[in-house]
Write a protein that binds this ligand. Structure first.
Ligand code: PLP
Length: 395
């Protein structure tokens, strides 16, 4: 089936975080047509096999307690990971969780103590910091190095921070949101070695794993490093645009860690039951979603090429590189004279109705940046460039 991603349904009125509860500025609302490009979900309808699977389940009028079928659900993702990433897993390495952020909260509590240090690589997906602080642990920043727009890991700093005996965990973002890097096998293997040698457990958030540009190869951290010291969090939610269905996978190969996860997540916190729609969608996505994914990936690749072209032409002072992974554009406005990204995002909203994430919410290194979600029609991506140009002209 051929999908037409230029056409997007109107999402308003669906309790959409992006479209119905989207205004940073509170009561002052933009009166015209809004262009919402903040939260990381796509505005495209998802793959038809997923819609059909949900419709079929919804047709049965009893939505009682549902279990996570321990063969069908892990079976679907195990095949996906084997075929795409050469990652051989047993079904019992894959555990149900309602979401990646939930799993991070569970794992922090199970594998570290109050006051322990947890490393993150800023600028990074801001719920990492919130989850660490809310659990009473300490955020240890290992900032990424921005070398003329190309982000690299600072391994010397990482060794220093990992070797502190109070540092017990690292949360890696791979591919990295917001900077868009897809880490190489060499980078991952080095990082994994540093964690293992220092007794630091590696959690790797790979929720964006399937959304890479066509020439880029994603490598799961567990396959590049020490599987026994790695816990991987992933989901069909970004890949297939079903984040509202609350289903993700926590992948654990270390037998002792499996036991601890089950005790904490299922016995202690009661997180063991999926909802009936999430499980159906999960299976349909991994078993029948690849055609949709290849079409949507091409469309997003093209959006980035058009975005790059338009920025070069209209606002060449903005720093932008097509990200290796994710559908998120990371725009550097510093050379355009913008250092207060919060104020700039507010102006975009008030003057143009363009909603973006200001970069500094991802960490201090994001100052003067904005993050734009390009998983929408090409037209809206190009409209955003005009909005940014207009607001810049008012400075
Ligand atoms: C890196 C990353 N991890 C996790 C999530 C959210 O995952 P979940 O909805 O499964 O908690 C997002 C959503 O934007 C993300 O970008």
């Amino acid at each position: 089936m051929k999908y037409d991603f230029d056409q997007m349904p109107d999402r308003s009125g669906t309790a959409s975080l992006k479209w119905d509860r989207n205004f940073r500025m509170g009561p002052v609302r933009y009166k015209g047509k809004v262009n919402s490009m903040w939260v990381a979900d796509m505005d495209f309808p998802c793959a038809q096999p997923i819609v059909s699977a949900i419709e079929k389940r919804a047709a049965h009028p009893v939505y009682g307690y549902s279990f996570y079928d321990k063969k069908k659900v892990p079976g679907a993702i195990c095949k996906w990971l084997r075929d795409r990433y050469n990652w051989e897993l047993a079904y019992n390495d894959v555990f149900y969780a309602p979401g990646v952020v939930t799993s991070i909260g569970v794992l922090i509590r199970e594998f570290t103590e109050i006051g322990d240090g947890i490393i993150i690589q800023t600028p990074v997906y801001y719920p990492f910091k919130k989850a660490i602080e809310a659990a009473g642990r300490r955020v240890i920043e290992n900032p990424l190095l921005n070398i003329e727009g190309i982000y690299k890991m600072d391994f010397d700093d990482l060794v220093k921070k990992a070797s502190d005996p109070d540092t017990k965990m690292m949360i890696l973002c791979s591919p990295h949101n917001p900077v868009g890097r897809v880490w190489s096998s060499e980078e991952l293997s080095k990082l994994s070695g540093i964690c293992r040698n220092n007794g630091v457990l590696l959690l790797t958030d790979e929720i964006h794993m399937d959304l890479t540009r066509s020439h880029i190869t994603f490598v799961p951290a567990a396959t590049a490093g020490d599987r026994m010291n790695t816990i991987t969090l992933t989901a069909p939610s970004k890949t297939f645009n079903i984040p509202g269905l609350s289903i993700s996978a926590t992948i654990i190969e270390n037998p002792e860690f499996k036991e601890r996860w089950q005790n904490m997540a299922y016995k202690s916190m009661g997180l063991g039951l999926s909802n009936p729609f999430g499980a159906e969608a999960f299976i349909a996505a991994y078993e029948q979603g690849s055609e949709w994914l290849s079409q949507v990936s091409k469309y997003i690749d093209e959006n980035f090429i058009r975005l790059k072209g338009s920025l070069n032409e209209e606002i060449p002072e903005i720093g932008f590189r097509v990200p290796e992974g994710t559908y998120l554009a990371w725009l550097d406005l510093n050379k355009a004279g913008i250092s207060d990204d919060i104020e700039f995002a507010e102006k975009l909203e008030r003057m143009e109705g363009l909603l973006v994430d200001p970069g500094s919410i991802f960490g201090d290194e994001g100052r003067g940046f904005i993050r734009l979600n390009a998983a929408c029609s090409t037209k809206r991506v190009l409209d955003a460039v005009h909005s940014i140009k207009h607001v810049l002209s008012e400075y």
